[in-house]
Design a protein around this ligand. Sequence first.
Ligand code: SAM
Length: 281
Amino acid sequence: MTDYLSFKTDLTNPEVADTVDDFPYWSSMFGQLLFRHLRLRPGLRALDIGCGTGFPLLELADRLGPSSEVFGVDAWDHAVARARLKARVRGNENVRVKLGDASELPFEDGYFDLIVSNLGLNNFEAPAKVMAECRRVCKPGARLALTTNLVGHMSEFYQTYEASLRATGLDHLVGKLQSHVDHRATQKGLHSLYEGAGFEITKFHTETFTLRYADGSAFLHAYLSRLGFLDGWRGVLENGDQEASVFRELESRLNQAAGESGEGLPLSIPAAYVEGRSPTS
Ligand SMILES: C[S@@+](CC[C@H](N)C(=O)[O-])C[C@H]1O[C@@H](n2cnc3c(N)ncnc32)[C@H](O)[C@@H]1O
């Protein structure tokens, strides 16, 4: 049942930003990682890049307390409106949310003590530019703490996707699938991004979460899959006919694996917390 292929992402619809508040499980797996490692102290000026509808921005504001000023930046206008609404209703008077591009941050040089970003990095078109901007707006000795999923993300799914391409006679698209898989962050790439922007890495922690679904049909229909990942998966294919046949094959293979395991469909999500410090002089 490939009806999920009729789903179209429409970020111009403000109601989509409202429904993104239903993603707390996905975002909070990474948010938990962030808050487990991030050292907190009062009186900071902090920034959350790619704060979406306000996570972890508002949680960070609560954890740092009213002696800190906490800014959020996101390029999605409806998400920014939603984050502003939440800050107002919650009474987070120390929070400001700006609409903007992280590769051209709307702040003066040397402004922040702390920058965080939860699941932002893989979504930025020009990550090296964003890192350079972070360095520019950091005070000397300021910290940049990112969480991200890594290459290896949902490897069980991608192996089945590759097998489905081969089974439907589309071996020539395997390279394109591999490029899509490889676009996610790697440990080596994170080191180069931090060091390339002049940050010294002070903490690097990795772990693997498991996201579990009843079967492939549940996973492919899930809102997180449709809104967060489906466009990338479909980008590997060339037309609607390929989509229908490959996704039918994929769904059936995932369902079969889930049935045989008796444990549903487990998906591995390798994740990293990386913290760096800008030079003190
Ligand atoms: C996967 S979402 C993460 C949102 C939130 N931090 C969370 O943990 O749920 C990535 C966010 O990055 C934003 N984004 C993508 N490119 C951006 C850019 N160049 N500048 C600012 N925000 C950007 C998107 O609009 C989206 O809200």
